[in-house]
Ligand binder design. Structure first.
Ligand code: ZN
Ligand code: ZN
Length: 640
């Protein structure tokens, strides 16, 4: 008889011991009785004995081949330990969901790809070639390609991937959230035949996701493109990992397990002794610092392909709360007359920012969350962007009975509507999370974008994400101040990155222009934007970060305490703060910026540390066993 520890994909940090008559390889899936049902789990370890326990038997073995090898096992264990999360939750994140839902045999037998071809790419220019020659290597290294938008970063890593494929190796390309995947599929399938490309993103059905995952793992496909969870794929035979748009926040998972796929990609590259390539026009301050300190290799690309100059930037003062000024409208008209597309960035989704009673000032907030509701004109209702709840519109103020209910602030829907009045016969589309909810609608806009059939595109952050829309001649930032509305030491970095990335959408074919509307003058950020000078900003920002001990000079752990009962949440937060103060330097406890979320009251404590492993060890040892929910966010990106 054999004894095994089985880990299930649930929120537990340990496995359960079962017995089996057969010997089973570590890493295989089994079906085992769990509570009143049977559950799929993974054989994690051999177990010695479990005296005094009545052991249950494993029902059946589901796989012929292990899903997890020793390296992946180590990665998952590291991830759970470093991010103070549960092993079971990391296991669940590491695989397509269906693996734990269907008792089906997976065909993981190693195969070779079908016959495929590689099309010649365009010849790299001297600057690109120099970068390519220096990155081209076989062993572990972290390489940052820091290049202005449109400088051809993609072509460099595609050339490196091509070399790998020719050597019979594979490549993994991590990309930000789903909006970008169609664009990557286009770029890659122009170069490599579709037979060897596998794409995984959240718009696929569970079955497709699993099939695509399997075809890469078994060797039929050689290039895997997709979002953060692919960092847990089997990296056997992989020769290079790319993390594109490395500054993108979507690499950090915002719910459990709160891991950062970019950092794990570096961990895995080291495990396999292969290079990892990070790309961005606006790298995070942490990445930039490591690059100038020599921990990462730094490659700059200062020229745009075809030597097209970066767009010119104009700054226009506007009244608070106004939409688009006359000058901006005039410029949009000129752009359209020149048969070009104008893009308008608005950072807020929805028709207006908030709904308020103009007589008593009553603010319509979500009853589940302490955030203001947003009016959505197309569905004619109020929506909470945090818990997704929808509410009917009130005819009168619930507090004073006044009918004078007003929308205030500016949203992307409002701008869209305003532009439709001014340019009634133009094709105007909105591109944000609300308008791209359905796959059909999403594909329709992407197709129109690719064909250049959109005259004016209104959007939120999604506009900044890599879309190479050659026809964009003008980018308008409708309100610079909107971009800073975050309770976050990274607010400036995030705002500047967003503006520079969005501005970079313009003028890929010939010089474009950018208009920044601002109610406050924009301060010193304006100079960096005007000169497209992210690096001077980064240098200045590093001085501030050093002064306050923020990353990259210190590490942060955010402790979030949640409860349906406000007093209990506060009491627990205070108790935890007392424990932490014995060993750590902390800020708080304070109410979270979103104090109430999905009916939970929330407090947080921020730990600043220079010895992260010592801090996480202390937390594991000393902070636990509370009745209220306590979450840890190691290396947090969001502070809501
Ligand atoms: Zn009122
Ligand atoms: Zn809500």
């Amino acid at each position: 008889m054999y004894l095994y520890k089985i880990v299930f994909p649930i929120a537990l940090n340990y496995g359960f011991i079962y017995k089996s008559d057969e010997k089973i390889e570590i890493g295989m899936r089994v079906l085992a009785p769990f509570g009143k049902k049977n559950k799929i789990g993974i054989v994690w370890d051999e177990a010695d004995n479990a005296e005094g326990f009545e052991l249950k038997s494993i029902k059946s073995i589901l796989d012929d081949y292990p899903l997890i090898d020793s390296k992946l096992k180590k990665t998952i264990e590291f991830c759970a330990s470093y991010y103070l999360t549960n092993l079971g939750l990391v296991v669940r994140s590491a695989f397509p969901k269906r693996i734990f839902e269907k008792e089906e045999l997976l065909d993981l037998k190693t195969t070779n790809p079908n016959i495929f071809s590689i099309n010649p790419g365009y010849t790299l220019n001297d600057e690109q070639r120099a970068v390519y020659e220096s990155i081209k290597q076989e062993n572990f290294s972290v390489n940052l390609i820091f290049g202005v938008t449109g400088s051809g970063k993609t072509e460099i890593y595609i050339k490196i991937i091509e070399d790998m494929i020719k050597q019979g190796r594979k490549a993994v390309v991590l990309v930000p959230e789903i909006v970008l995947t169609p664009q990557y599929i286009d770029i890659f399938s122009n170069r490599f035949s579709k037979e060897i490309i596998s794409v995984i993103h959240s718009r696929l059905t569970p079955k497709n996701k699993l099939d695509n995952w399997i075809s890469f793992v078994k060797g039929e496909k050689l290039i895997l493109i997709g979002t953060r969870s692919l960092v847990f794929t089997d990296f056997k035979d992989v020769g290079v990992i790319v993390v594109d748009e490395e500054n993108d926040e979507s690499y950090k998972q915002e719910n459990e397990p709160r891991y950062n796929a970019k950092d794990l990609a570096i961990y895995r590259a080291k495990q396999y002794d292969i290079p990892v390539i990070l790309c961005s026009a606006t790298p995070t301050i942490e990445t930039y610092y490591k690059a100038i300190e020599g921990k990462f290799n730094l490659f700059r690309l200062d020229k745009r392909i075809k030597n097209i100059a970066l767009p010119s930037v104009e700054v226009i003062g506007i009244e608070k709360g106004s939409l688009l000024c006359d000058y901006t409208i005039k410029k949009i008209k000129e752009t359209l007359d020149g048969k070009k597309t104008a893009a308008v960035l608005s950072n807020r989704r929805g028709f207006s920012n908030y709904i308020v009673c103009s007589d008593c000032g009553y603010l319509f907030v979500c009853p589940n969350c302490s955030v203001s509701l947003t009016y959505h004109k197309n569905t004619n209702d109020l929506k909470c962007h945090w818990c997704e709840a929808r509410f009917n519109i009130h005819k009168v103020c619930p507090k004073c009975g006044s009918p004078n209910i007003e929308e205030r602030g500016v949203g992307s829907q409002k701008i869209e509507e305003y532009l439709k009045k001014i340019f009634p016969d133009k094709d105007i589309e909105r591109f944000d999370r609300d308008s791209v909810l359905s796959k059909k609608e999403f594909d329709r806009i992407i197709d129109k974008l690719k064909d250049g059939r959109i005259d004016i595109l209104v959007g939120t952050q999604m506009l900044s994400k890599g879309h190479d829309i050659s026809k964009i001649g003008l980018v308008v930032v409708s309100n610079l101040e909107e971009l800073f509305g975050f309770p976050d030491f990274r607010a400036q970095e995030k705002a500047l990155s967003l503006v520079i990335q969005t501005a970079g959408r313009s003028g890929r074919q010939e010089k474009g222009s950018v208009i920044i509307q601002t109610a406050s003058g924009g301060g010193e950020l304006i100079e960096y934007i005007k000169n497209h000078d992210y690096e001077s900003f980064a240098k200045k920002e590093l001085i501030t970060r050093k002064q306050f001990g923020y990353p990259p000079f210190g590490r942060l752990v955010r402790v979030i305490i949640e409860s349906k009962n406000r007093q209990k949440a506060q009491k627990t937060a205070n108790e935890i703060a007392v424990i932490l103060k014995k060993s750590e330097s902390i800020l708080g406890p304070s109410e979270c910026p979103i104090f109430k979320l999905r009916n939970n009251y929330r407090y947080h404590i921020l730990i600043k540390t220079v010895k992260i492993l010592k801090t996480t060890a202390f937390l594991k040892e000393n902070v636990g066993g509370f009745k209220e929910k306590v979450h840890f966010d190691v290396d947090p990106i969001s502070f809501f």
